[in-house]
Ligand binder design. Structure first.
Ligand code: SF4
Length: 170
């Protein structure tokens, strides 16, 4: 049975920087839970950050690849460098996915860790830049199909295709 790695905050865990969750109410997720498919994971907590914690963004919209290559930083509003925690969390997520045979993930959009299509741009004003967060980037590199919380139906379709032995393009 295919398992699905899901951002912990989407499943009601109060692990966000502000100590809150960002719970998704979705019958598909309820079914995944009943089927015991869920691998619940928060990269930032796994990487060693506390709850609550200061917000952090990829500086200068440099992109996840540059962060993972050591060419860019993830910073708090006062300029503190928290890059190492985010990179450690991304690596832990990739290792957890590998250990569980995960080929599908649903991650929280716009987070510097979990963002799928976009991430906050480093200005701490709500602006975003295209591209994934560092955890999503590593999962994509590992061949995991990554979806946002707005794409749960597509994630489920991808899962069904994998279980049917088809290789959906994504
Ligand atoms: S790192 Fe991911 S799972 Fe953890 S709080 Fe942020 S968006 Fe949610």
């Amino acid at each position: 049975m295919e398992r699905i790695l899901v951002s912990a905050c989407l499943l009601g865990r109060r692990v966000r920087y502000d100590g809150r969750a960002k719970t998704v109410a979705d019958a598909v997720v309820d079914r995944w839970r009943a089927e015991r498919r869920l691998v619940v994971f928060c990269p930032e907590v796994a990487g060693g950050l506390p709850v609550p914690r200061p917000p952090a963004e990829i500086a200068d919209a440099a992109g996840a690849r540059a962060v993972l290559d050591g060419a860019a930083a993830i910073r708090t509003p006062d300029g503190g460098d928290v890059t190492r925690f985010f990179v450690a969390g991304a690596r832990a997520a990739a290792a957890t996915a590998r250990a569980n045979g995960v080929r599908v993930a649903v991650l929280k959009e716009s987070s510097p860790s979990c963002g799928v299509h976009r991430v906050y741009d480093g200005g701490f004003s709500g602006g975003t830049a295209p591209g994934p967060g560092v955890t999503a980037r590593l999962l994509l590199d590992a061949g995991v199909a990554v979806f946002s919380e707005d794409e749960i139906a597509a994630a489920d379709a991808h899962l069904r295709a994998l279980e049917a032995g088809r290789a959906p393009g994504r």
